[in-house]
Write a protein that binds this ligand. Structure first.
Ligand SMILES: [Zn+2]
Ligand SMILES: [Zn+2]
Length: 108
């Protein structure tokens, strides 16, 4: 898989999504529930993470801040105080819910 770096990450509050612009010009809109649902932390994923990432539904979840982690990941701080998920750029890119990315993943 190609490596991509986000050049811009915006919390679009009115639409309850995070818009990520990547270095290859790709733009992904990530609904907050989608991002939080795929939180990669051990608390959310348990110890069977090797089986693949589970989706944990947190309806109505709000996003407080987005913090960079080194130069490889970002951390989302949720309004319910949850902030242990570190989303690597690779992981974030793989979560992109747009039709082009989803069909690419299904064909792999
Ligand atoms: Zn989590
Ligand atoms: Zn995409």
């Amino acid at each position: 898989m190609e490596k991509h770096i986000p050049v811009e990450i915006n919390h679009v509050k009115a639409q309850r999504l995070v818009r990520i612009t990547w270095d290859d010009g790709h733009v992904g809109d990530y609904p907050l529930e989608h991002l939080r649902g795929y939180c990669p932390c051990a608390l959310c994923q348990g110890h069977d993470a090797a089986l693949g990432t589970k989706f944990i539904s947190v309806p109505g979840v709000g996003l407080q801040t987005i913090a960079p982690v080194g130069n490889y990941a970002v951390e989302f701080h949720w309004q319910d105080g949850h902030s242990t998920g570190i989303y690597s750029y690779d992981y974030l890119r793989s979560l992109c819910p747009c039709a082009a990315c989803v069909s690419e993943q299904e064909s792999e």
